[in-house]
Design a binder for this molecule. Structure first.
Ligand code: PLP
Length: 458
């Protein structure tokens, strides 16, 4: 591939601009900064999840409506964080509000199923082609259930995952999520690295790791562990190194290698499901796994999770061989919100809206990248998009690890100070749009990006 002629960004200029934007943000968010100090008395870090804080300080949200959120200081932002992509329906969508209000007056929890559960399961079956579904309350629970089912069905303990992907915070898959060069071993044979202290080494050893997109590594790993691997779980496109699409044929080939070895193949569609398109990654890439894990966007903004699988696996649940359980599974409020989101808002026609928004991003951002010769590239699919600050595309997590995070951190601050909120931990400039984002919202992002491009290339 021909290397693009790009400018070298000046690290000192980037540091100066970061300091300037941090000062400007502190001036705009005095109440948020004070609140973090107060909150620390009872909430470690002043937040409820470790990923809700990021430099320079957590962004405390007061309310949201449509494509906008308001912080504690009253600043308004176009929201591209979108609750890590859960809010593709937009904030406080009238249909979700109405469904939840109606449901809560009828009782919000029984630990027994309500009729909405079947409607949601039918809709997910139609989208994915996977007939049987069960619910949970988070993405973590879905990948936990998926790995347990694959292990139960095969009687094997080993799992295979991709280096650098996050599948939730349970022990089986908190392995090689963000490993660094000191631990990660050779690229062709990545080491299994605990993401956090507190993970028993015996669990870590049960989870083998391959690079994204590498068919031969999958084959080699199965060859090295004949009859021992229960299944492989993949995020069909990686969403935490920007948006990294799978190389042609990788998903299908991996599935075939799993099956040839008597193992199962699982998709983690927690971020991609119902956002990349109506059928999520299954539709976008034309590969149906044995089991799929959905969460985030399918709940209309309520805590949710769903696993769908082939009868061979899900019959283990039907027959009571595997317990798939949870007090709040299929809870009435989530099911009501989910039903409204899936059947009334995220209908097939809604997905055309993401393409229209992407056209604005692509026209604008590609033009800015070219005209300023930025060492960056853009990827978009469905409701997702990202700018990666590297001229050449990434192949895998390790390529991403090497990317300087200063331009994207500066961009996060820059956009915040100009009315746009993106996900914290913004090493990669990822975003999720919603069906209610307006053309002007997308243009705002592009205009801010153009101003930033000028500032870092002068
Ligand atoms: C791909 C993927 N899988 C699983 C999870 C875990 O989902 P949750 O945070 O709902 O437990 C996440 C969360 O960000 C995710 O991005």
């Amino acid at each position: 591939m021909a290397t693009r002629d790009v400018v070298q960004l000046d690290p000192e200029l980037l540091d100066r601009l970061i300091a300037q934007e941090e000062r400007a943000l502190a001036d705009r968010q005095p109440r948020s900064i004070a609140h973090q100090q107060e909150a620390r008395a009872h909430l470690p870090g002043g937040v409820s999840s470790s990923w809700q804080t990021a430099p320079p300080h957590p962004i405390y949200i007061d309310r949201g409506e449509g494509s906008r959120v308001w912080d504690l200081d009253g600043n308004v932002f176009v929201d591209y964080h979108n609750g890590y992509g859960a809010m593709v329906v937009g904030h406080a969508h009238p249909k979700v509000v109405e469904a939840v209000q109606r449901r809560i007056t009828l009782g919000s929890h029984f630990a027994q199923p309500t009729e909405d559960g079947l409607i949601v399961a039918e809709n997910l079956a139609e989208r994915t082609g996977l007939p049987l579904w069960r619910f949970g309350n988070s993405g973590t629970e879905t990948t936990l259930d998926a790995t347990r089912l694959m292990r139960a069905a095969t009687g094997r303990d080993l799992l295979l995952k991709v280096e650098g992907t996050y599948h939730g915070h349970h022990d089986a898959l908190m392995v090689s999520v963000f490993p660094g060069p000191d631990d990660w071993g050779p690229r062709e044979h990545p080491s299994s690295v605990a993401q956090t202290p507190g993970l028993p080494q015996s669990y870590v050893d049960l989870t083998l790791v391959v690079p994204f997109g590498d068919v031969e590594a999958v084959r080699r790993t199965f060859d090295a562990h004949p009859g021992e691997i229960a299944g492989m779980i993949v995020e069909p496109c990686m969403t935490n190194v920007g948006l990294l699409l799978p190389p042609d044929g990788w998903l299908q080939a991996s599935k075939e290698i799993c099956h040839a070895n008597g193992a199962y193949f699982a998709f983690d569609e927690v971020k991609t499901g119902a956002t990349l398109g109506w059928s999520g990654a299954i539709g976008a890439f034309g590969v149906t796994p044995d089991i799929a894990c959905f969460a985030k966007s399918i709940g209309g903004g309520l805590p949710c999770g769903a696993i769908g699988g082939v009868p061979e696996l899900m019959n283990l649940v039907e027959r009571g061989k595997v317990d798939q359980v949870g007090t709040f599974n299929g809870n009435p409020l989530t099911m009501a919100a989910s039903r409204a989101a899936l059947t009334e808002i995220l209908v097939p026609e809604a997905y055309g809206r993401f393409d229209q928004l992407n056209a604005i991003f692509r026209d604008g951002i590609d033009r800015v990248i070219d005209s300023h010769r930025l060492p960056a590239h853009l990827e978009t699919l469905g409701a997702k998009g990202s700018i990666t600050w590297r001229a050449e595309p990434l192949a895998d997590y390790r390529d991403g690890f090497g990317v300087d995070d200063r331009p994207s951190y500066l961009s996060y601050l820059w956009q915040l100070n100009r009315g746009v909120f993106k996900s914290p931990w913004a090493k990669w400039e990822s975003w999720t749009t919603s069906v209610v984002h307006a053309d002007e919202d997308a243009q705002r992002y592009v205009d801010n990006f153009e101003e930033l491009a000028a500032a870092i290339t002068t």
